[in-house]
Design a protein around this ligand. Structure first.
Ligand code: AMP
Length: 466
């Protein structure tokens, strides 16, 4: 049974769906005014792996993501670059989709661009005005948060709380409450605009999401995700909009908020200029390295990115790859007593999946995998593992990889030392038998220079790649 931490109750809850129904998941997508960074990648890798895990467990899933292709940031950046906002956002949307593809994030069923849903957005704002939640001031239509009685239920904030240090708050001194947010912004000279019953303008940030989710899911659905910073004001505003329009609660059953990827303790963000774009990351690393680093950490805790953390993570990932290569090179076709292996294999599988069922705890699941690798490496060295057990283990790793995508199986090939290196090894053996230690040592050094370390085992010498 899968349990997941729900922000709204601040508790782990059993994930339940009505029988035969698809899990409807919506995750806030990017604002396309710049390249995406590895902080964004963290959030999207987590939801990709989570969706793949839901599918592994037999759930059917519809994964919807929006793309904010109209926003103040887009307009400002387009002006700086002397291109139209549409051109700018189209360029970065393509870059975003390319990044996602390169990261093997392929579980999203529908990317919905805000500007394709202007009709739905206008309809929702109209209903909010009719019900008394929307009001007009000079620069747009705003939402009166004091009218929504359960405002603050997700973020645990009150209407009267201060708004210092809150990002993307729509500022206007004529607002009824400090926290009122914009539903429709009247356009200024030269800005993109759409016709509406209140005048030409463009949608506010929060309304695009509820208009899109209402179109695909109706007014209630299962999971809403995003990073921690979106709890307030964004997701609080979404609840206020959708529940006010529909009179139905809750809008969403499970709220999942990912922790930040930080740099020196600070959130990686475009505004702090402390970011590494996904493209730059790929100049030195691979998708498996980023996915492994992300999944090595609990999805809702922050973690710090540094040279040290990526190097440590990479050497752990290498252990998995080396282990799989070692498994591939097993030649023994039969071992008599594989009880020990069978017990270990069963326990590892159980532990691995029960960790994922416990709040999608990927670091603990990976820890059980590493314990398995340590033990199995010893058994392989003692010739206690045959091709049959190796195949079974390999299949297990392939199964895991459908969710995690941390192994590039094209790279897992049995690495055979060249014939002449093997020949050198037999020469060394001969020298050792003849007690010609000096010569034997000389050959060992030569073999090392060629990239192999000799491991003298009870069964004879073995060549391991450096
Ligand atoms: P944005 O394009 O800034 O609206 O961000 C798109 C998504 O990435 C949102 O869910 C953000 O909360 C998330 N995000 C942005 N920065 C980070 C970060 N440093 N760590 C994790 N998630 C992030």
């Amino acid at each position: 049974m899968l349990k997941i931490y729900n922000t709204i109750s601040r508790k782990k809850e059993i994930f339940k769906l009505e029988k035969g129904k698809k899990a409807r998941l919506f995750v806030c997508g990017p604002t396309t005014y710049d390249f995406s960074h590895i902080g964004h990648a963290r959030t999207y890798i987590i939801f990709d792996a989570f969706v793949k895990y839901l599918k592994h467990k037999g759930f059917k899933v519809f994964y919807l993501q929006n793309i904010t292709d109209i926003d103040d940031k887009i307009i400002i950046r387009a002006k700086e670059k002397k291109v139209s906002p549409k051109e700018l956002s189209l360029f970065f949307e393509k870059e975003y989709l390319k990044d996602m593809k390169n990261l093997k994030i392929n579980s999203v069923d529908k990317y919905a661009k805000a500007t394709d849903y202007i009709k739905e957005i206008i309809s929702q704002i109209n209903r909010l005005i009719e019900k008394g939640y929307g009001y007009r001031i000079k620069d747009g239509i705003y939402y009166d948060i004091s009218k929504f009685k359960s405002y603050g239920k997700l973020s645990k904030r009150k209407v009267s709380d201060s708004y210092d240090a809150v990002s993307r708050i729509d500022d206007n001194k004529d607002k009824k409450n400090k926290g009122d947010f914009c539903l429709w912004k009247f356009s200024k000279e030269g800005e993109p605009k759409w016709k509406s019953p209140w005048g030409e303008g463009r949608p506010g940030w929060h309304i695009e999401d509820t208009a899109i989710t209402e179109k695909y899911f109706g007014s209630q659905y299962d999971i809403h995700g995003g990073a921690y910073d979106l709890i307030f004001p964004h997701h609080e505003a979404e609840i206020a909009q959708m529940e006010a329009v529909s009179n139905k609660s809750p809008m969403v059953k499970y709220w999942m908020h990912t922790g930040f990827l930080t740099i020196e303790g600070k959130k990686m963000s475009k505004s702090l200029n402390n970011f590494i774009t996904i493209g730059d990351f790929f100049k030195r690393h691979s998708y498996t390295e980023l996915r492994f680093l992300v999944l090595k950490n609990l999805w809702r805790s922050p973690f710090d990115y540094s040279e040290k953390s990526i190097n440590e993570s990479n050497s752990a990932l290498k252990k998995i790859e080396e282990f799989l290569k070692k498994l591939k090179s097993i030649k023994i076709s039969y071992v008599k007593n594989c009880k020990e292996f069978n017990g270990l294999f069963k326990k590892t599988k159980e532990e691995f999946y029960s960790n994922l069922d416990d709040d999608f705890n990927t670091p603990e699941a990976l820890a059980s995998l590493f314990a398995f690798i340590r033990k199995l490496n010893i058994m392989i060295d003692k010739n206690l593992i045959s091709k049959k057990e190796s195949k079974k283990t390999f299949e297990f790793f392939k199964e895991i990889n459908k969710v995690f995508e941390i192994i590039d199986f094209n790279k897992i090939k049995e690495e055979k030392p060249a014939y002449f290196i093997k020949k050198l090894l037999s020469q060394r053996e001969r020298c050792r038998k003849e007690r010609n230690w000096e010569k034997a040592d000389e050959i060992r050094k030569k073999i090392e220079e060629l990239g192999y370390i000799i491991e003298d085992t009870e069964q004879g010498p073995k060549l391991n790649k450096k």
